[in-house]
Design a protein around this ligand. Structure first.
Ligand SMILES: [Zn+2]
Length: 263
């Protein structure tokens, strides 16, 4: 899928998670619902850091372009090193290492670790990066015509305001994990969820997604998971724009209403 559909699916997934959490007796305070949806929308773009034309690789100027090159090289090297006889030969690392469950878990765990141990500035940094991505993803056409600097300013100010809301008593810094020193431990959850939702979205497209790596399937370690051929669609096709994106909006709306106990 393309950036906007990925980020919309990420936001919808977190709102759905909010409904589930409310059902399990851990309702999210509204700042957690809002921040989580935005972080998840941003995180749902992150796996494409292995592709230089992707939103994330363009979002932070030379910094993200450089990081993209490193990630592409690393992904390609890991692919070659762990390839089994059934995996096809390929050049470049797109849709390999960063499109796996293991990557999702590592990135999410790293985010939680950073957020719980790094203090306020670490939380602000995590929010800033993901809010910039969420703005780029969710407001794609609008963000494209404005300048990068403007989007960064929007990301920074919203990160500041939202972190302030979370830090208020009952605001949600200590949601779900209530032990001492566990504030913001939950921040890794929307990051994991966003990456997994991205992988599922890519699995629906023609080339599939090797989300199970490094678990081998037959003689392949990079088995392209996906539905039967006839049910797949091309990235950016009408199915994505006219069916999936409205469906994500609807599901997200229902999830948010359930999460906040309106339904
Ligand atoms: Zn992708």
């Amino acid at each position: 899928m393309m950036g906007p559909a990925h980020s919309l699916s990420g936001a919808a997934a977190w709102l759905g998670a909010g409904a589930v959490a409310a059902g399990l007796g851990h309702p999210m305070p509204w700042p957690v619902l809002v921040v989580g949806a935005l972080v998840c929308a941003g995180a749902a773009l992150a796996p494409d850091l292995d592709h230089k034309a992707a939103t994330i690789s363009r979002a932070f100027g030379p910094f993200s372009r450089g990081l993209c090159e490193v990630v592409d090289k690393l992904s390609s090297a890991v692919y070659q090193a762990t390839r089994k006889p059934g995996d096809k030969r390929r050049t470049g690392g797109h849709r390999t290492l960063t499109h796996t469950w293991l990557w999702a878990v590592l990135i999410g765990g790293g985010t939680s670790l950073l957020a719980t141990t790094g203090g306020r500035w670490a939380v602000l940094a995590v929010l800033f990066v993901h809010l910039v991505l969420a703005v780029e993803g969710l407001l794609w056409r609008a963000a494209r015509v404005s300048s990068d600097v403007l989007v960064w300013l929007l990301g920074a100010t919203s990160a500041w305001i939202l972190a302030g809301l979370l830090d208020e008593p009952g605001g949600g810094a200590g949601w779900l994990f209530t032990g001492p020193g566990q504030e913001y431990l939950w921040l890794g959850l929307p990051v994991v969820l966003g990456a997994l939702v991205h992988d599922i979205g890519d699995a629906l497209t023609v080339s599939g997604c090797p989300v199970l790596w490094p678990i081998p399937v037959g003689n392949k370690r990079w088995y392209p998971v996906g539905p039967p051929r006839g049910m797949r669609f091309r990235a950016g096709s009408w199915v994505e724009l006219k069916v999936l994106m409205p469906a994500f909006m609807l599901l997200g709306g229902v999830g948010a209403a359930a999460a906040l106990n309106f339904i």
